[in-house]
Ligand binder design. Structure first.
Ligand code: HPA
Ligand code: ZN
Length: 326
C-alpha cells in the first residue's frame, strides 16, 4: 500500500526509547553466555512466551531482569549499536535515548562502564550511520529521592555527554513531587527535563511534572484527555507528548489499538509524536508503531507527515539542525 511505503521511507526522529528496552532475546542469550550468567529461560521461545504483560509493573519485572546480562562496557556498546542499526533501517535520523543508570549501579556496575559503552555506540552511529543522538538519564521513581540525587552527582563528571534527565519506572504511587529537588539541581546544570507522566498515573501527575519539575516534554501523557484544562494548557504551551502506541496496547493502557486515543490527541491540537518505548519487549520498532496506528485508526498521509514532523520539532535539536532535517 502506498501509505505503508510512505511510512517506511519517511525520515523520523525517536524521542521515547529506553535503550535497555531494545535488548533482543538473541543478544540477551549471547551476553548471558559471554558473562556466564544463568538466565531463567531455557530457550528464545521461553523468553518470548514470558513477554505477556498485564500492566506496567508486570513488564518492569521482566525488563529489570533482562538488563542483568549487561556487565561490561562492550555489552552496553553492543546493545546500543544494535539499536542504531535498527533505527537506521527505520529511516531514523535523530534519537534521544533514555538510559536507567540505577538499574545497573544497583547491581554494582560502575556508571562509567554504562555511559562509556553507550557513548562509543553514539559516536559510531553519527559517523557511520548519519544518526545524531543524545542521552537522557532517567531516575527510577520507585527508588528514593536520595538515590536519584546520588545518581545525578555520579553523572555530573560526564555532564557533557548528557542531554537531559527523565523519570521512569513504576508510576502509580510515585508522583513527580518526590523528585522536585533532583530536577531542580539537574536544571541548574543545564540538563533538559522530561518525565513519564499520565501513562498509568492520573492527570495530576502531568500537572506536577509541568509545574514542579518544569519538564519540556511529557512522556506518554495519554491520560491528559481526562482533564480539559490540562489539554488546553498542553496545547497552548505546545508541550510535546511522546506517545508509544504498541507499548500502550501491550501494557493494557488501551485494550486494542483501535481504542488508542492518538487521533483525539491530534484533534485537540497537541504536539503528538510516535515512539517505540521498549521495542524488544513490545513487538515493534518505530516504523511498526507508525504502521500499527495508521492501520487501526485509519490515519492519512497528512496525519502521518504531521506525526513525523512533530518528532523533529519536539526534539532538543537546535533550530538550525531542525531546519536541515525537516
Ligand atoms: N514506563 C515507565 N517506565 C519504563 C517504561 C515505561 O513505558 N519503559 C521502561 N521503563
Ligand atoms: Zn517509557
Amino acid at each position: 500500500r502506498p501509505i505503508e511505503s510512505f511510512i517506511r521511507n519517511l525520515p523520523k526522529a525517536e524521542l521515547h526509547l529506553h535503550i535497555e528496552g531494545t535488548l533482543e532475546p538473541e543478544l540477551m542469550f549471547r551476553l548471558a553466555e559471554r558473562n556466564r550468567i544463568t538466565l531463567p529461560f531455557a530457550s528464545l521461545d521461553e523468553v518470548r512466551a514470558a513477554y505477556q504483560f498485564s500492566d506496567l509493573q508486570s513488564f518492569l519485572d521482566i525488563y529489570y531482569q533482562g538488563m542483568q546480562v549487561l556487565i561490561e562496557e562492550e555489552d552496553f556498546y553492543d546493545l546500543a549499536i544494535a539499536y542504531f542499526e535498527r533505527a537506521h533501517a527505520d529511516q531514523i535520523r535523530h534519537c534521544e535515548l533514555f538510559f536507567d543508570p540505577q538499574g545497573h549501579t544497583e547491581r554494582g556496575i560502575p556508571f562509567k562502564t554504562v555511559i562509556s559503552g553507550l557513548r562509543r555506540a553514539q559516536d559510531e552511529a553519527r559517523e557511520r550511520l548519519g544518526i545524531s543522538s543524545g542521552l537522557i538519564l532517567c531516575f527510577l521513581r520507585h527508588l528514593s529521592a536520595e538515590s536519584a540525587l546520588a545518581t545525578l552527582e555520579e553523572a555530573l563528571p560526564y555532564r557533557e555527554w548528557l542531554l537531559g534527565v527523565g523519570l521512569d519506572s513504576s508510576e502509580s504511587g510515585h508522583p513527580p513531587v518526590k523528585f522536585e529537588a533532583v530536577f531542580e539541581r539537574a536544571r541548574q546544570e543545564g540538563l533538559l527535563p522530561v518525565a513519564h507522566a499520565g501513562e498509568e498515573g492520573p492527570p495530576s501527575y502531568i500537572w506536577e511534572a509541568l509545574d514542579l519539575l518544569k519538564v519540556l516534554r511529557i512522556d506518554h501523557g495519554v491520560r491528559c484527555l481526562e482533564d480539559e484544562r490540562l489539554v488546553a494548557r498542553l496545547a497552548a504551551e505546545k508541550v510535546p507528548l511522546t506517545v508509544c502506541p504498541l507499548s500502550n496496547v501491550k501494557l493494557r493502557v488501551f485494550d486494542t489499538m483501535a481504542r488508542h486515543n492518538l487521533k483525539e490527541l491530534l484533534r485537540c491540537e497537541l504536539c503528538v509524536t510516535v515512539n517505540s518505548d521498549d521495542p524488544a519487549y513490545f513487538g515493534g520498532y518505530l516504523t511498526e508503531n507508525f504502521l500499527a496506528v495508521q492501520r487501526a485508526l485509519g490515519l492519512g498521509f497528512t496525519e502521518i507527515r504531521q506525526l513525523a514532523d512533530n518528532g523533529f520539532r519536539a526534539s532538543f535539536l537546535g533550530e538550525r539542525e531542525k531546519g536541515e532535517l525537516l
